[in-house]
Design a protein around this ligand. Structure first.
Ligand SMILES: Nc1nc2c(ncn2[C@@H]2O[C@H](COP(=O)(O)OP(=O)(O)OP(=O)(O)O)[C@@H](O)[C@H]2O)c(=O)[nH]1
Ligand SMILES: [Mg+2]
Length: 461
């Protein structure tokens, strides 16, 4: 359901997870938050008025039955100094599904409306407290897969990415102003025309850098999608189990044991990997295996990193070569498995076939080489040039797309300047770029984009 941008009503929701927990919080936001609270809450010490940013101990009552519901702590945050910039009341209570639902119920009886998922954050955005990049960062923080991911999203929440985009916008506005001046007063000082180099240095280059660092966001916040592929029986599932340190996938000597994709997240010194064990490749295929193979191929294409498992106790064959051909464009680590068994592979021929791909040797059965494998994976992933340790401005995919649009418009502007096209055309390019940059913070984002972002939030956030 689309979120209601009018925000004139008062909303309420349970803001802590509905499970077994020590405490629960019910949050109310909107013009009636304080008056609703007054109706249902009796502080222990008699007071005349709830003051902002103070904590009050007391009891919640159900006005209809007159019964006490719970001993609670209540805080009131007067607008605009609250999460939503509206009047907010938070009720800290004991937890438990029944208790929290009952409290929510009496708040709704007093006139509040149940909040939609993400609606508190949506109001914070609509009321100008945060921009879209900060709302998204909040979401990422909840789901971050690594410590560095937490660091990146906290940084974005503080607004450093927004500031960087704002700098770019200011430079573009400055360019546009000069061009418009020249359009309006063509006879004035010609020296003020921006040249293509200036657009390149001040706008195109920084954008290029920002776009490239999207990789960082994906790696640390979402984890590296890693597909384990190879012929049937090569030891893929055994390796997955070794890496996750538990019996996650079925292992057997029957070729074709794994039919479905099995996912597990592991961390290699803080680096999150989403491992996918897949059905092995082979020639003769039944219906189920064929389906399994289709999934394997799909996952291979999606993955950012491939672990290609080669069984050392069997000679290389056409299937291995077929797999190699499919992963040529992917970042790949070759794992030569079953080194506890005699080798049936000619090493020189293998190296030639691999054409320089990095190689690690393991025995998934007895656990040899697993530490080396972990180290090699980490090194390979972090060798990507976009993952620089001091880069803290990583755009997500939506932001990257908007940056890409702005980038193309600036490139167009530079080209048109070079071709000495009419200044009106260049002004239009820069205006397009400005609109794209505006999408990032939400100034020019469509309703559809807003819905997509806020619908990812959970209830109560
Ligand atoms: N000797 C030896 N056997 C291994 C090693 N790794 C796996 N195996 C054995 O090889 C057989 C197949 O292992 P799996 O891990 O099921 O192989 P897979 O690649 O997942 O096979 P499919 O799911 O059928 O494609 C099992 O009997 C394992 O015990 C190894 O390093 N050395
Ligand atoms: Mg398997």
């Amino acid at each position: 359901m689309p979120l209601n941008p009018s925000n004139t009503d008062t909303i309420a929701a349970v803001s802590t997870p509905l499970g077994v927990a020590g405490i629960g919080i019910v949050r109310i936001s909107g013009p009636d938050a304080k008056s609703i609270c007054k109706e249902i809450f009796k502080p222990k010490k008699s007071i005349t008025n709830l003051q902002s940013h103070r904590l009050y101990l007391g009891y919640l009552y159900d006005r209809e039955t007159g019964s006490t519901i719970d001993e609670v702590l209540v805080s009131y945050m007067a607008a605009p100094h609250s999460y939503t910039r509206e009047d907010v009341v938070e009720i800290n209570t004991h937890s438990g599904y029944l208790l929290l639902s009952r409290i929510l119920e009496i708040i709704i009886k007093e006139g509040a409306r149940p909040a939609e998922p993400g609606e508190f954050t949506f109001r914070a955005f609509m009321n100008g407290r945060i921009d879209l990049t900060q709302a998204e960062a909040m979401m990422d923080l909840i789901h971050a897969q690594s410590e560095r991911g937490v660091y990146l999203s906290t940084n974005q929440m503080r607004g450093s990415f927004r500031l960087e985009v704002e700098h770019l916008r200011q430079r573009a506005i400055d360019c546009l102003a000069r061009i418009e001046l020249l359009i309006d007063y063509p006879d004035e000082n010609q020296a003020a025309v921006p040249d293509p180099d200036e657009i390149g240095q001040k706008l195109i280059k920084p954008l290029e850098k920002l776009i490239a660092s999207h990789e960082e966001e994906r790696v640390w916040i979402k984890g590296v999608g890693t597909a384990i592929v190879g012929r049937v029986n090569a030891g893929k599932s055994s390796l997955l189990n070794r890496l996750v340190k538990e019996e996650r996938a079925l292992v057997s000597s029957i070729p074709g044991t794994t039919r479905d994709v099995i996912e597990s997240t592991i961390y290699i010194r803080g680096l999150p990997l989403r491992l996918m064990d897949t059905a092995g490749f082979r020639l003769e295929k039944g219906i189920l295996e064929k389906k399994g193979m289709e999934k394997t191929i799909e996952k291979m294409q999606e993955a950012e990193l491939i672990l290609f498992i080669v069984d050392r106790s069997r000679p290389l064959n056409k299937i291995d070569m077929d797999i190699l051909a499919r992963i040529r464009k992917k970042q790949t680590l070759v794992v030569l498995n079953k080194i506890d068994l005699p080798s049936k592979i000619n090493r020189a021929a293998l190296l030639k076939a691999l054409g320089g791909l990095p190689l690690v040797e393991t025995s998934a059965l007895i656990g040899n080489g697993i530490e080396e494998l972990r180290r090699a994976i980490r090194m390979l992933v972090l060798s990507r040039k976009e993952l620089s340790p001091d880069n803290l401005l990583a755009p997500n995919i939506r932001q990257k797309e908007a940056l890409g649009k702005a980038y193309r418009s600036f490139v167009g502007a530079a080209k048109n300047l070079e071709l000495e096209m009419p200044l009106e055309i260049i002004a239009e390019d820069i205006n397009d770029a400005l609109a794209a940059l505006g999408e990032i913070g939400g100034e020019t984002a469509t309703e559809e984009v807003l819905d997509r972002i806020f619908s990812r939030f959970c209830l109560g956030k």
